[in-house]
Design a protein around this ligand. Sequence first.
Ligand SMILES: *Cc1c(COP(=O)(O)O)cnc(C)c1O
Length: 233
Amino acid sequence: MYREGDTNVSSDQHVYSERLASVHERIVSACSSAGRSSDDTTLIVVSKFHPQEVVRSLYALGVRDFGENRHQEAQPKAVETADLDIHWHFVGQLQSNKARQAAKYASSIHSIDRPAIVDSLAKLDHTIDAFIQINLTEDVGRGGVEPQHLDDLVERVLKTDTLKLRGIMGVAPLDGDEEEAFERIANFSLRVQQLAPEATSISAGMTHDFETAIQYGATHLRIGSAITGDREY
Ligand SMILES: *Cc1c(COP(=O)(O)O)cnc(C)c1O
């Protein structure tokens, strides 16, 4: 029997498939221009503001890494999709009292930016991947550790058994020079690696700037709207 819903699902699937293929192609091409292998990159599809159906469509197309930036949205979505083998990446600002709850579904937290979050995650009974977010702006409210506190935060994460430090995370300011922002992130990554040689990952690059981020060494690309479409706020 003909049901309208079915047609919509399959045409959505077609749209996601094309967008995903196009982003993959752009990643491969940017990596090749940078003399890198695209095998060294992880595409994280940021599904914020999109319902679980979108996550399921993308999962059916092979996506396993998804990102969310608000606990109150991510938590129920993770519960609804608990039957899928998803790696959830938490990429948004986090209150320390929510950090441990987020770590129940997120296997990576990219937004570790102060001691209170580290101390809260120290009480976990399992290990998660950790990225330290660096603030590239003058505005302390934007999230991310201030550069002068980076080394102390790295040391604190390294002393925390429940956190495996993977590297640095940054968001290039919308109003600034993209290249300069990603170059700074790359330099902060080197600083992290002086204290933690294995923490080589760089979480950087979004829909509008991921190709530049790749040029500057990004390994974890957090891409939303280029794949999911526009968000309705
Ligand atoms: C929303 C979001 C992204 C993805 O943004 P797009 O522009 O849709 O690709 C990446 N990182 C963070 C921290 C985000 O909040």
